[in-house]
Design a protein around this ligand. Structure first.
Ligand SMILES: Nc1ncnc2c1ncn2[C@@H]1O[C@H](COP(=O)(O)OP(=O)(O)O)[C@@H](O)[C@H]1O
Ligand SMILES: [Mg+2]
Length: 227
């Protein structure tokens, strides 16, 4: 291919049209937003799309949430097929590891799990929790993580939780190929959700905030795609 990139569809309806067909493969994508903007839903939809296509997915949570928790979360959405868990989609809880080990052990764990499963799609949700545990070494961790991911043939979605009022996690943005921002705005008494592609290395993309909705059937959907 002349531009050197192949792509994989994100699975988020309307987003692929905004980014010329899908995420450059391989690459690392940051999906940032405040609580409740749809980051976990985004990551799950991305993995479910892969599973439907026979690709392998790997979901790391940093939150000490056991598989049971994830299955309960999954049950609110029709698009999440439970039968994929443990098969096409592997779920790994890094909560305890974060509390007990250093950042190098964490990197080794991630690398080992990737080697074991050989996924085309990886999610780490949310990556920002690592920053709370390894303040000093967070920058180094992010640098080494993105370096490690370059050795594998996969698209990785890192979710970044931001505090209200904060713009986006600049620290992580340096290290990744692409940044997608999810926002929630109060307008005329209604809370509206938006998605914006801030940067995407290796492709043109639609600029500006695009309205999104979260539905039981499809998860997060860019609204323009409905017209
Ligand atoms: N079945 C559903 N239908 C529509 N919206 C839902 C459903 N389940 C959750 N939501 C909405 O999805 C959002 C939560 O998304 P989530 O991916 O957990 O956010 P984040 O990970 O960014 O905190 C909330 O705003 C919630 O209201
Ligand atoms: Mg979440």
């Amino acid at each position: 291919m002349s531009n050197g990139f192949s792509r994989i569809p994100s699975g988020i309806r309307g987003l692929d049209e905004m980014i010329k067909g899908g995420f450059p493969f391989p690459s690392v994508v940051l999906v940032a937003g405040t609580a409740g903007t749809g980051k976990t839903t985004f990551g799950m939809k991305f993995l479910m799309e892969g599973a439907e296509r026979g690709e392998q997915g790997l979901f790391f949570t940093t939150l000490s949430e056991p598989t049971q928790w994830m299955l309960r979360y999954a049950s609110q959405f029709d698009f999440i097929k439970k039968e994929y868990f443990g098969n096409e989609v592997k779920y790994e809880d890094m909560g305890l590891l974060l509390q007990r080990e250093g950042y190098e052990e964490l990197l080794d764990f991630i690398d080992d799990k990737i080697a074991e499963n050989m996924p085309q799609r990886i999610v780490i949700d949310p990556i920002t929790v690592v920053g709370a545990f390894f303040e000093e070494e967070y920058r180094l961790f992010l640098f080494e993580l993105t370096n490690l991911l370059k050795n594998w043939q996969a698209v990785t979605v890192l979710t970044g939780e931001i505090n209200p009022g904060e713009q986006y996690p600049a620290q992580i943005s340096y290290a990744v190929d692409s940044v997608i921002l999810l926002t929630m705005l109060e307008e005329e008494g209604t809370r509206r959700k938006y998605l914006e592609v801030l940067k995407m290395r290796g492709t043109d993309h639609t600029a500006g905030r695009q309205p999104v909705t979260i539905t039981t059937e499809d998860g997060i959907v860019v609204l323009k795609s409905r017209f």
